[in-house]
Unconditional design. Sequence first.
Length: 233
Amino acid sequence: MCFSLTFLFYYMLQPATLLFLQQLSKHNNKEWFNANRAKYDAAKADFLAFTAQILHEITAIDPDLLPLQPKDCVFRINRDVRFSTNKSPYKTNMGAAFSKGGKKSALAGYYFHLEPGKSFVGGGIWMPEKEIIQKIRQEIDYCWDEWKHLIAAKSFRQEYGDLSREEGMYLHREPKGYEKDNPAIAYLKLKSWVATKPLSDADITNKSLIPIVIHAFKTLKPIVHFMNRAIEN
């Protein structure tokens, strides 16, 4: 599929794409999926077209993403069930990661998640390898004044509030090598550095979706670049 880089209007996702994902969550089996293959193909094309415009807009803000194509960003709908107790063959969401090097990159980046009633936009870095965790912690510790300024920025607070602290994403005690009275300790305890902004189903099918997503990504860019500087050095 070929995507033009010239857009006369902002693309919005179609209600049929949300409806397909809703139906898939109720009929998550190969028989139903194969019988509704045409609906999936239409939803996939819709999501790829949306991703193409996101790339067109975000690369003007973050040139690190310039080589990416939609296929480099969009995740497969098939689940890897080899080591999971949940044997449902398909994801009930569509996701696109916009990171330097593509969706499999070890670098921080931006993310869009499409799921009926659970959509969100945001980014950062989720559950990286131990070496990367150590690099990011060290950068936050060494450059605390800079990091504090980024996290406290009015634009970031208005858009995201703060970084996510869901269970499993942080340590309950200070990491080895850091004192509990370190001024950065709340961020040094994290194992993932992620910020998310929820999106309603009405947002998803609204013509303002692209501007909403791009503004969220633009707001997160300084934090993404801070972490990537730590990882790549």
